[in-house]
Write a protein that binds this ligand. Sequence first.
Ligand code: PMV
Length: 317
Amino acid sequence: NIRGAGRAHAKTILVGEHTVVHGTPALAFPLPALSVRAIAGPVGAVKVNSSVGQQLRFVTESTSDQTEPMSGPRVAVEEALRRWGKAGAVVEVVVDCAIPHARGLGSSAACAGAAVRAVADLYGESLDATELYELVQRGEQVAHGRASGVDASAVSADGPIWFQAGVSRPLTINLDAALVIADTGTYGATQRAVAAVRRKLEREPLRANRLLRRAEELIGSAAADLSAGRAEPLGSTLLAFHDLLDELGVSTPQLDNLVTAAMKAGALGAKLTGAGHGGCVLALTETGDAERVSAALRRAGAAQTWILGTREPHTTP
Ligand code: PMV
């Protein structure tokens, strides 16, 4: 191949953000409407004609191109080249990313996933899910410090996942409902939020223990509700998880405002999703209510919204 191509997609965390860093499971859905494409090839020869979003490029093993947003993808690709016996190879990768940056939608992991797949395609290397996860996770450690791995796993998964301590499995979904994701338009800061939660939990071990046990219960009942097709209890669980995240200190008035707006418009439940301190809210609705809740969220100040059916096909388009 003279060029390689790869794809990945955004993700949204249903429940378990932050607590997953401290050992609980997390449940995440792929968001294929927001995709990333990457093309890899010889330096100067990689062109992208039609764009799905923002174009970013990096060159492996180059010191002149330490552009911050691509440090994670670049580390992931350089590690891949080492594993494939191509250490020091100089490859240019163009990443075309439709995922808004720093909104808890997994843009850094998805860019790394698409980039690694493009370079694997370029060299004809086969890449299984475990190897892809390890490589993307290596990049995430650079971009986010200590990352749980839920993003690295979800952005290349072809369906909703249950994730815990580096291991993921497909989630069983027998629920017909919709998830409405609404972007506050403000940047989250994953590393800062994760560090603040860690300090809080370390300062108050008894409270930490109680919160993590509570989180584990909520995540367990969310998984059971998805599998049994119970929408209303799942909605209550999402609200309870939002309160827990608020207690951990990662919500903001804008996020709380969108949660309230979603509930007023008839959502079954809503919560912040991702690291918080900005970023997005996720609401669970009956399928027929999704458009109305989505419009209400935009009226309440959301910059953008996306609707995802809980049983939609989840592969990247
Ligand atoms: O990238 P974000 O904003 O979706 O955050 C990832 C989820 C966290 O639990 C906050 C961090 C992690 O490493 O799991």
